[in-house]
Each structure stands twice: as C-alpha cells, then as structure tokens.
Design a protein. Structure first.
Length: 201
C-alpha cells in the first residue's frame, strides 16, 4: 500500500516519517506531484481543513492520503493564531515572522497569562474521497518571551509543553514524539493502520 503524506511542509513530512516508522507500506510525499496546486484552506476549524486537504490530495493523485491541519491556540488571544497559524504574519509570512508577531502581541503579559496549546486534526481518505479515519489531539503548554532551541519548526522555539522546562525546539525529537499534538494523533492513526491495513491493499 502506498500512503501519501499530504503536506508541502518538509518539517511535517520528516516528523510523520518518524512517527509512522512501523507502517509496513510505502510512505510517499508531494515531491512526486510538484505540478499539483495546493487546495485553498477554507475551513474554519482544524478538522474541516484536514478533511479538505486529505480528500483533495487523495482524489487528485489516486492514492490513499492523510493530511493534518495543526496550529497554536493562545488563550489570551482568544484562540489565535488558530487555523491561521502558518500565515499569522500574512500570506508571505515565514516561521520566524509568525513567531515574532506572536511574541510582540504577548510582550506585556506575565507567565501566568501565557497559556497555550497546540492542536492537530488528522484525516485519512481513500482515493475516492471517503473519510476513513479522523483524530484530533492537543498538547498544552505556555509561550515564553524569547526563542530557545534550534530543533523543530513553526512555533516550537517559543512553546514549552506542560510539565517541561525546555521548548519543543530544545527537546530531543524522541521526547517531542511522546508529547506533541501531532504525535498523539499519529499514534492513533498508526494503530488504525495496523488493524485495518489489509483492507487498503
């Protein structure tokens, strides 16, 4: 079975390759479909966007495909950046510009008011667009006031998960894989694949 990791984010691809290392089929990514335009993410929730992307890439490529929509929700900002996490500083934003905007917005807040959580919704579709699996998971933590660490991507260098003193960007990948929102969703997906994989051959 070929399984398409339906994201253009190289950091996500690497994470899923690690998280799904027990998958016995062939993991492929969008590098083989460079002429395929990304869908417009019109959903207002992570779940809506993950399903939209999974169905789009599955039907467009003829593969079983899974996609996630994930982001950061900051309590003091009413849940922002939320579904706009990847483009918080604008459509031409980078990970760094997104982080800097967020840090600037929170600069006056004490540690006690910096609660946040990462959210990840994962959807899995067959080549005809039927939803076969869906999961949404979270990782609670807080936003610090400066960047720390060189690992990870996105907001990892300013997010300290609950119970830890280091940011996701400072933690070893194997520790992040125990705690993260994406890892929790991937573990559920991995179990589903192990139980149901004969149906997809």
């Amino acid at each position: 079975m070929k399984l398409l990791i339906a994201t253009g984010n190289k950091g996500k691809v690497k994470e899923y390759e690690r998280l799904l290392d027990s998958f016995t089929g062939e993991l492929i990514n969008l590098a083989g479909y460079m002429d395929l335009d990304a869908p417009e993410e019109t959903g207002i929730t992570f779940q809506e966007n993950s399903l939209l992307k999974a169905r789009y890439y599955a039907t467009a490529t003829g593969n079983f495909a899974f996609a996630d929509d994930s982001g950061l929700e900051v309590e003091a900002l009413g849940g922002a950046p939320g579904v706009l996490s990847a483009r918080y500083a604008g459509f031409e934003s980078t990970d760094q510009s997104n982080r800097l905007k967020l840090l600037n917005e929170l600069r006056e807040l004490p540690d006690s008011s910096r609660s946040a959580r990462f959210a990840c919704s994962l959807s899995f579709s067959d080549p005809t667009g039927n939803l076969l699996f869906e999961a949404t998971e979270f990782c609670k933590g807080r936003i610090i006031n400066e960047e720390r660490g060189t690992g990870g991507f996105g907001y990892d260098s300013i997010f300290v998960p609950e119970g830890e003193t280091k940011t996701f960007a400072e933690l070893p990948p194997e520790r992040k894989a125990e705690l993260s929102h994406r890892a929790k969703a991937a573990r559920k997906f991995n179990l589903f694949l192990c139980e149901k994989s004969p149906l997809f051959t």
